[in-house]
Design a protein around this ligand. Structure first.
Ligand code: ZN
Ligand code: ZN
Length: 314
């Protein structure tokens, strides 16, 4: 039930030898999502031991090539592998036409249904919900329409005290209700208050993906206190003007955003290929937000319920 994020690509615009354009694979409460799909994503998935069959939901933030040029090749590979289960794609208006055109040009169609969900760039919108998690998109400020994504675990059940089960001979069938906060009546008709049988629920984990964008003054309207925030930091302060011109952020601005929304941890990414050394990204962000990390292709970041404030890196 941990939150796990594998960075498949963390560069902007042009791929370099060790750094692909944006793509990430998120696991939250055992649900899995591919977020953006830059060129080379399917190779990175294989390198990281993530089977293509695990992909059921793909979210595309916007239609700049560094965020979706790997999508059609990935969909084609799934077809060649004989997939028949549907795939949900959450993306901007126009993405469906682009995929259809590419398929039509090569005279083939996919062996499985593609279900498109168009993003709304005007407000925070729910994309997905089940009994354990909920996913929203929210508009960010970029040169073209672009959305961030927020993945949240729903409130988790309380922990039942093991000794109480034994001591009071609580039947197995009653445990779920107690974990959900119900009081419990024993066979003599005595009511046991829920707080005498349980301890508080683990903190729900959440992940916010925020790229490509100018620093958003109103981000706290959409995201507050996420366990983990990924925020773009295309530039350092040396290129602050360029960041403004191109509707991107600097490392310092991203750190201020993370502080403002009380993020638990911050990962910076979407680095411009002009940088060969990334030390300035840390130098400029760490004094403002100490729990900051630089994204790296092939790295897994994990947050566990036992220690929800801490980010483990593999
Ligand atoms: Zn980009
Ligand atoms: Zn972009």
């Amino acid at each position: 039930m941990n939150l796990e994020l594998v960075i498949l690509g963390c560069h902007s615009a042009i791929p370099s030898i060790n750094r692909n354009p944006t793509s990430q694979f998120l696991t939250i409460h055992s649900r899995q999502f591919l977020i953006d799909c830059g060129e080379g994503t399917q190779v990175r998935l294989r390198e990281n031991g993530i089977g293509l069959g695990r992909i059921n939901h793909i979210l595309i933030s916007h239609l700049h090539g560094d965020h979706f040029f790997g999508l059609t090749p990935l969909l084609s590979s799934l077809h060649l592998l004989g997939r028949n289960k549907e795939i949900h794609i959450y993306g901007p208006h126009g993405l469906k036409d682009i995929i259809n055109l590419q398929m039509k040009a090569q005279g083939s169609w996919l062996s499985y249904p593609l279900i498109f969900h168009e993003l709304d760039f005007t407000k925070k919108s729910q994309l997905y919900e089940d009994d354990k998690i909920i996913v929203h998109s929210f508009p960010v400020k970029h040169r073209i329409a672009c959305c961030g994504f927020l993945f949240e675990e729903k409130a988790l059940p309380r922990n039942i005290i093991g000794e109480k089960i034994k001591e009071l001979s609580i039947p197995f069938l009653d445990i779920k209700g107690i974990k959900n906060g119900n009081d419990w009546e024993d066979e003599n008709g005595k009511t046991h208050n829920n707080h005498s049988l349980t301890t508080k629920a683990p903190e729900s984990l959440s992940y916010a993906f925020c790229t490509d964008t100018l620093p958003l003054e109103n981000l706290q309207d959409y995201v507050y206190n996420p366990s983990l925030l990924y925020h773009e930091a295309t530039f350092t302060n040396k290129h602050k003007d360029r960041a403004k011109q191109t509707h991107h952020s600097t490392a310092e601005q991203a750190a201020n955003i993370a502080k403002g929304i009380k993020a638990g941890n911050l990962i910076l990414g979407h680095f411009s290929t002009r940088y060969l050394d990334y030390s300035d990204f840390l130098l400029e962000s760490k004094p403002i937000f100490p729990k900051v990390y630089l994204a790296k292709d092939g790295t897994k970041y994990c947050i566990k319920h036992q220690n929800p404030k801490s980010l483990e890196i593999e």
